[in-house]
Design a protein around this ligand. Structure first.
Ligand code: BMA
Length: 327
């Protein structure tokens, strides 16, 4: 195994990794990965896992654990299945959920990829209990994915981060809505870099934004296309609290990448892809849940304060970054 011994370690792999695999599933599953995560009111960690079947289509299934590490109780059947009859945008499955608790609604908002005949788009569903879901339908048309809602309104509007793909590239954007159905005010937040950068070919939000007194901490994945395939790694940025389209600082280096065997070997090797986190009782410790090699689910632990402090030392302000040019 390769190591990053001479680089600072900000996120530690849990010794029990991978914490969930398809073998744990109570019904046939090919792979389980890219879970959304949330800590429920009673302290239970709920992972909404992407489960791929042998057709290649994905659905979502909830797994619950008291400590967020083991003892998972997995729903006996799919928790949220594609419903292409009523929602044609879900024809080829539902993928990569990101969960946000929206206090104003008293509900969790799940932003997920709906894989339609026209390509992947962003859909939203609301739930109170992860058993009944109310779909809002497709909110961003294809090609678009990697979306999460912010937990509160910004300037009177709901706000959604997402990653449309256009001729100009694959960059992170933010859009606003009065009602979660109609979206506008689109603004570029974080462009992919260019050339030899680790995040040159595509960037996308990873888990939902983490609110801190200094700004929204964003963990994002950056993709570099190589002769051997794509490399998915994780970077950090800080967005302004009241104007999240303003990126205050962005990491030049990646902070976490595929190194362990279960991250390098699988259906899609060299992928570490977090879609959710939970925060400890101290408000600082985070559990970051990620899909490894599009095959299994792993856990990395860290501290928000450390990530912020590292960004202070290793970040670049957007205006100073010569590597970035807007689309
Ligand atoms: C992305 C998404 C993820 C996947 C990753 C690596 O575009 O499709 O679901 O984990 O590619 O295959």
């Amino acid at each position: 195994m390769r190591t990053t011994t001479h680089y600072e370690t900000l996120l530690d792999r849990h010794p029990q990794n991978p914490i969930l695999t398809a073998a744990d599933w109570p019904y046939p599953a090919h792979t389980v990965f890219n879970p959304g995560a949330v800590k429920l009111e009673d302290g239970t960690t709920l992972l909404l896992c992407r489960v791929e079947d042998r057709r290649g289509h994905s659905h979502l299934c909830a797994a619950r654990s008291a400590n967020g590490i083991d003892g998972w109780v997995i729903d006996g059947e799919p928790t949220f299945s594609p419903d292409p009859g009523r929602h044609p945008e879900e024809l080829w499955g539902v993928e990569d959920p990101r969960i946000t608790y929206v206090e104003e609604l008293g509900k969790y908002a799940v932003a997920y990829t709906a894989f339609s005949r026209g390509g992947p788009g962003v859909a939203l569903a609301l739930t109170e209990d992860f058993r009944h879901f109310e779909r809002c339908g497709l909110v961003m048309q294809p090609d678009d994915k990697d979306a999460a809602l912010l937990p509160r309104r910004i300037g009177g509007h709901f706000a959604l981060l997402h990653r449309p793909v256009a001729d100009s590239g694959a960059h992170v954007w933010i859009s606003f809505s009065p009602d979660l159905r109609n979206w506008g005010g689109h603004k570029l937040v974080l462009p992919a870099r260019r050339g030899s950068w680790w995040d040159a070919n595509r960037v996308g939000l990873s888990p939902p934004l983490i609110e801190t007194p200094r700004g929204w901490l964003m963990l994002y994945h950056g993709v570099r296309n190589t002769a051997a395939g794509c490399l998915y790694r994780l970077g950090a940025a800080l967005l302004d609290l009241e104007a999240p389209e303003q990126c205050l600082v962005r990491s030049d280096s990646w902070i976490f990448g595929p190194e362990a065997v279960y991250e390098r070997e699988g259906d899609v090797g060299y992928v570490a892809f977090p879609c959710g986190y939970t925060v400890g009782d101290d408000g600082d410790a985070i559990n970051l849940y990620y899909g490894a090699a599009d095959t299994c689910i792993a856990l990395a632990t860290g501290r928000i304060s450390r990530l912020l402090e590292w960004l202070d030392r290793n970040g670049t302000t957007q205006s100073m970054s010569q590597a970035v040019s807007p689309p």
